[in-house]
Design a protein. Sequence first.
Length: 257
Amino acid sequence: MAVPTLAVWKFTSCDGCQLTLLDCEDELLTLAGRIRIAHFTEASSAVEPGPYDVSLVEGSVSTPEEVDRIAEIRSQSRILVTIGACASHGGIQALRNFADMGEFTSIVYASPEYISTLDTVTPIAAHVRVDYELRGCPIDRRQLLDTLCALLAGRAPDLPNTSVCTECKRRGNTCVMVADGIPCLGPVTQAGCGALCPSYHRGCFGCFGPMARPNIGALLPILRVNGMSYDDVDRVFATVAAAAPPFAERGRDEPPQ
């Protein structure tokens, strides 16, 4: 029986999600005994040609070259899994979508005419079919390992589609927003992190992106009641998942005239 092959790819990103995979250490050694890592330049210079059984893709698409490269990777991958907020929603670099890229390059680079980049940053799913998404900035290591083990076993990963609030309930956390007035995006953010921030008495800042059908309109006045200004509310949605349609298209929360 052929050993399954795994490939890990980097697009525009900080490498944090690939480092999460490397940080699995003992678990990764066990996993490596069941798969062949054919492409993972963060870990090894050895590269094997495709096709690949599973490809993990980190990062967003921000250059013309990346548009072509993701299409080639998709054609060589039986299963393609995006890892992290950049691959799922565009990440921090997608903030350029709300500004003028020409102005940015003229300020930052001495010779902007040599810079080849797209005016907007897009997630991987905007270009090719994605089989599964692992959200977060960075991804959750438990969710990553569970997903890889599920794919090796030939079953679909058990990925949540509820909000972070459900994870707070399971952990027995007291709601930081209700009990302490701490602004929190948990009610509109997809679960998967284990309610990490609320467990340390901090409000969720939405790094896993919007849950399915988030009721953002109902959350906005609650955030303001808990001390956030109109600018603060706009700012908290403009982070690593700013380009996710429910966050990007919600419209600015304007004060009454």
